[in-house]
Design a protein around this ligand. Sequence first.
Ligand SMILES: [Zn+2]
Length: 346
Amino acid sequence: MGRADFEIHGVGVKAGQKLVVDIPLPGLYTETTVNMPVHVVHGKREGPTLLVSAAVHGDEINGVEIIRRLLLQPQLKKLRGTLLVVPIVNVLGFHIQSRYLPDRRDLNRSFPGREQGSLAARLAHIFLSEVVRRADLGIDLHTAAIHRDNFPQIRADMSLESLAPLAKAFAAPMLIHSAPPDGSLRHSASVEQVPIMVYEAGEALRFDEVAIRVGLRGVVNVMREMGMLSLKRKPPKPSVVLRSTAWVRAPSSGLVRMLVKLGDMVSKEDVLAFVGDAGGSGEKPIVSSSDGVIIGRTNLPLVYEGEAVFHVGRTRQASLLEQHLDAMQDGGQFNLPEIVEEPEIV
Ligand SMILES: [Zn+2]
């Protein structure tokens, strides 16, 4: 007896088969039909079902590239369990290169959604009921918002026993415990007993080669930990654990001159940037409110008073962070022999 078919949206995917199942969404007002393609890799051998999703925010595209490379991995031929992959969840937002849906709602604040609700609520409901519920665990791939950049990090509710070891296994440079916000995919999925971790790396509407490689390696690491792929001999370097994070905000509106970049260690009272007017007067320092590492930053040097310019994470593991930074700089550790070689995107 072979393994049973994997049923999704009324389609049976056979063991050893790779199939794209289209799930219908509300269409465009141009009489154009819209689907959410779900890639199903149903392994020949029994095992768990992992969901990997990207572009819940329609302009966050690093994850789409991570998924493209994941689906090319030759090791998937020996997959144990089932991989459910949705490269573009927010199809309508992706189409207009927007974080939001055309109704200006944030899909990641619209879960669990409703069948008869708003456009965002309908999309959330379809994704949750047709796809998420079919998985045992999920990895949702994000980037920072437009004009902002995030250092590669995993955000997960580390109080969930089924999720914490796998969030560690991803082995992103940084790991942050965070309870899921209301209305988020992460929150609604955990109510449905499908724990989800979020990978945050890079900037919206950009490809970032390091963020992509770290993300691909992380997904493969989690699949190994879940027994879906065979184990690697050398365990990955553990993540730097951040105990808490804080935003550093602009003291006034103006033009910003940055003095620190992502991954830099900073001390309380350090000047991180200056903000001033175009005439060169009235310049004020932007001062760090705590010791820590820069995990997020705006890339647009034009800010309003109160705007979050830096995101600082508190950690005691400065030397481990240094090791991650070195590895990310030479990129060497990401050229794992079992991962398909890709030309580097610059
Ligand atoms: Zn996002």
